[in-house]
Design a protein around this ligand. Structure first.
Ligand code: S3P
Length: 184
């Protein structure tokens, strides 16, 4: 797999709670890649939680940080990168995502609701009706998530291991020839 990807970064995109970090860590291990998480980097460099950044500086400041981090990590090679769910909203971010292979972990809203019911780390979900909020966010973002190279439909039953197995089967079919001359 390392040879097939030839160092190409892998970006995991998708809604909050879709498992980007868990799946990303596991995938990175399997393909002997480094793993990075844009939210974790932001928290580390600011010494603040995502909640604190949203509350003290606002969402637009968070989005600027997110774009800057994406730009920096896109200079790496052999890295699996778990992104924040909203990273796809900026057109500029796509130019960096497009340097790698983009995978959308598509998890139905009802599954996300179950996973996020007791979560208080996501500032955008601090409101009463979780289903309505996630449905709304998904509707706004779906057409962008669909621009991924690989779309993986995930069910409640799929374990992170299952998901990684599926990805390992899918990835070779989606390596663009310009990244892998052997496939020409
Ligand atoms: C966000 C998703 C979060 C985090 C922030 C905003 C979003 O990341 O970046 O709370 O806009 O969907 P996860 O997708 O890792 O939860």
């Amino acid at each position: 797999m390392k040879n097939i990807l030839r160092g190409l970064n892998v970006y995991l995109i998708g809604m909050m709670g879709s498992g980007k970090t868990t799946v990303g860590e596991l995938l990175a291990k399997k393909i002997h890649y480094r793993f990075l998480d844009t939210d974790a980097i932001i928290e580390k460099i600011t010494h603040k939680t995502i909640n604190q950044i949203f509350a003290q500086e606002g969402e637009s400041s968070f989005r600027t940080l997110e774009s800057n981090i994406l730009k920096e990590v896109s200079a790496y090679i052999r890295t699996v990168i778990a992104t924040g769910g909203g990273i796809i909203m900026s057109q500029d971010n796509w130019s960096h995502l497009r340097d790698g292979m983009i995978i959308w972990l598509d998890v139905p809203v009802d599954v996300l609701v179950k996973r996020l019911a007791n979560d208080d780390t996501r500032p955008l979900l601090h409101q009463e009706d979780l289903t309505a909020k996630l449905t709304d966010l998904r509707e706004k973002r779906e057409s962008l998530y669909q621009q991924a190279d690989i779309i993986l439909n995930i069910s409640d039953q799929d374990t992170p291991e299952d998901i990684v197995e599926k990805l390992l089967r899918e990835i070779p079919f989606h390596v663009k020839p310009e990244f892998n001359p052997d496939l020409n």
